[in-house]
Ligand binder design. Structure first.
Ligand code: NAP
Length: 591
């Protein structure tokens, strides 16, 4: 067991003290503020005076101080009287700086290890298992006592399940400082938005909530220090600003496109009429009748069970295809129709692809599943020959906003069609390993009371229930209230971060890993989807503004802090040079 003195008894110091004491080590602590009650509760000895702490001859002195205070803390220690074998370990988040400082301040007989624990952001959970502990043995004596003391100390973390990585401080800074700074910045901006958990959180939104939890608990001092002592921080802040502005320009540009299109609608109409007369110019050229018949014959061999549904997917893009895979696997018959030609993709999946909407309706699917983009749904529905469908066809949509398709279906569909509005709260990335426990929201907007209609709706819902989805029945308006804000923010953050071109590093702090996942989850989606969230969420502009304000307020907080630092430096320099009674000027004058 080791005798470990922790200097700096803040969040990190207390968390480490708890674990060390739990493992049976003797723990001593000292900090700027009075923490003796807390120390007593943890069963460790607290010293308000650092000299007295050092008189206890700790084997390890662990610096958990803020970056800015470390130099003065070291000055307050009786360094010359420490025993030859004392090992100094620091846990500062910027490594080149701390290494240089320790080498400058400590007598050469004292050993130095610089570490960077990557479990800081997981502090709330007291979980070290699987997190990285990155370290450099900066100065370890060659005698066996010094070597084994260092190994014993590092073993504590290894035994707790930390992934130990030995690299130089400069490499640590390269890998870690940048990613930590971005993670903390995003966490703090989001904290200002006071995000709230909803009953239908997506994985992406939960990532954001976790991030806020994990970063907002850290002191603002720590965050500022990451900025001040990280050479690249200013540039990163600028890039974040630029990325956000570029995204806003993109959104507003699209908005302008739409308005312009509406204004010049008549020209579009002429073009559309031309396309009808010249179908070969259409991207989804009509397939030959025999091609489609062959495909149907092939598929109907596998489709004889009457309990299975015949589902027509309208809009066979990214999400339509993703859903089709599971629906087909469950044995249902799937037809698809889309603007573009997906014949080959469909054939490979065992889906019958029809590029003619009339032909699709004449197949009499029991369910029409709309997987079109939010922006195009109205146009697609308007051009639908619904009179060719069977009565009691169930219309389902999966749009990421819900009140809009609900109202659209209610307005446009005759009363003998049923309406089920749904939102699978996952996508091809977050649902790639199965849909178990992922939320599936639905609202039976209009389902006829007779048995067959009720059963058709339930059999459709069973597709998702069977995959283990968490089935949440909720009105469309309640869905929009819960989801629209959280989704728009999640997608916006994902897209801003995408623009930064964040890179994976061999040492991934957990918070940063979560950001990389978020980017992966959101950028796979089309810009149309994101734009749909923006257009059909009445609060989107407000949310964009709030995000803007949060970012600006963080910048302002920074600016004030930087101003404070520079001001006090100047003031101090000035008093050193100008005031004859300043302590530093006093000696020469006396002489
Ligand atoms: P999307 O960009 O929202 O939609 C693409 C689909 O819309 C394609 O099938 C596309 O047809 C069709 N489309 C776009 N513009 C059209 C137009 N002018 N006329 C006719 N069709 C048009 O991407 P998505 O990810 O596939 O999403 C589909 C729907 O699912 C959206 O409403 C989305 O909100 C919802 N959703 C998506 C996810 C997800 O994670 N991706 C999750 C839940 C719900 P072509 O491909 O033939 O051009």
């Amino acid at each position: 067991m080791l005798k470990i003195a922790i200097i700096g008894f803040g969040n990190l110091g207390q968390s480490l003290a708890k674990t060390f004491a739990h493992l049976g080590h003797i723990v001593l602590a000292h900090s700027r503020c009075e923490h003796s009650k807390m120390a007593q509760d943890l069963g460790i000895s607290y010293f308000s005076n650092p000299q007295e702490l050092c008189e206890q001859n700790p084997q390890v002195i662990l610096l958990c101080t803020s970056i800015i205070s470390t130099e003065s803390v070291l000055k307050s220690l009786p360094l010359q009287s420490l025993t030859h074998d004392t090992l100094f370990v620091d846990m500062l988040p910027v490594k080149e700086f701390s290494k240089a400082l320790l080498l400058k301040m400590l007598p050469s007989n004292l050993a130095v290890v610089c570490t960077n624990p990557m479990f800081g952001v997981e502090r709330g959970k007291h979980e070290w298992n699987g997190s990285f502990l990155v370290y450099e043995k900066v100065r370890i004596g060659s005698d066996s006592v010094g070597i084994s003391l260092c190994d014993n100390f590092l073993n504590i973390f290894e035994k707790e399940g930390c992934r130990m990585v030995e690299v130089s401080c400069s490499v640590q800074d390269k890998y870690v400082a940048g990613s930590q700074f971005i993670t903390h910045t995003v966490g703090r901006v989001l904290e200002k938005l006071t995000l709230e958990s909803t009953p239908i959180n997506t994985k992406g939104y939960e990532t954001l909530l976790d991030l806020v939890d994990n970063t907002a608990g850290d002191s603002f001092d720590l965050y500022c220090e990451l900025f001040i002592y990280n050479k690249n921080a200013f540039e990163m802040f600028d890039r974040l600003d630029l990325a956000f502005n570029t995204l806003k320009k993109q959104l507003f540009g699209h908005l302008h496109d739409i308005v312009r299109k509406q204004l010049f609608d008549s020209a579009e109409k002429v073009h559309a009429e031309y396309m009808v007369c010249n179908p070969s110019h259409n991207g989804a050229a009509l397939r030959s009748h025999s091609q489609v018949l062959n495909q149907k014959a092939h598929i109907s061999e596998h489709y004889d069970d009457k309990s299975m549904l015949k589902i027509a997917i309208v809009g066979f893009g990214n999400f339509g295809q993703f859903l089709a895979k599971t629906i087909i696997r469950q044995g249902h018959k799937v037809l698809a129709y889309s603007r573009s030609d997906y014949y080959d993709v469909a054939q490979e999946m065992g889906v019958i692809y029809l590029s003619d909407v009339e032909a699709l309706c004449e197949e009499h699917p029991e369910v029409m599943l709309f997987c079109t983009s939010i922006l195009s749904t109205e146009k697609v529905l308007r051009s639908f020959p619904v009179q060719r469908l069977m009565r009691n066809t169930l219309f389902v949509d999966v749009l990421s906003v819900k009140e809009f398709p609900r109202n659209l279906f209610l307005q446009k569909l005759p009363l003998d069609f049923d309406i089920l509005c749904t939102h699978p709260m996952f996508g091809p990335e977050s649902g790639k390993n199965g849909w178990n426990a992922l939320p599936f929201v639905y609202d039976k907007v209009r389902v006829g009371s007779d048995k067959s209609r009720v059963s058709l709706c339930d059999r459709f819902l069973d597709i998702f229930a069977l995959e283990g989805c968490r089935m949440v029945e909720m009105s469309c308006s309640e869905h929009d209230r819960h989801a629209a804000g959280s989704q728009f923010i999640t997608h916006t953050i994902g897209r801003v971060l995408e623009k930064l071109g964040l890179e994976s590093t061999p040492i991934l702090p957990n918070g940063y890993k979560a950001l990389l996942n978020l980017v992966e989850n959101t950028v796979g989606d089309s810009f149309d989807l994101y734009h749909g969230l923006f257009m059909y969420n009445v609060n989107a502009i407000d949310q964009l503004n709030r995000l803007d304000m949060a970012f600006n307020s963080l910048k302002e907080q920074f600016l004030r802090r930087l101003h404070g630092v520079v001001h006090s430096q100047h003031f101090e320099n000035a008093s050193r040079t100008l005031l004859p009674n300043h302590p530093e000027n006093a000696a020469p004058l006396r002489r």
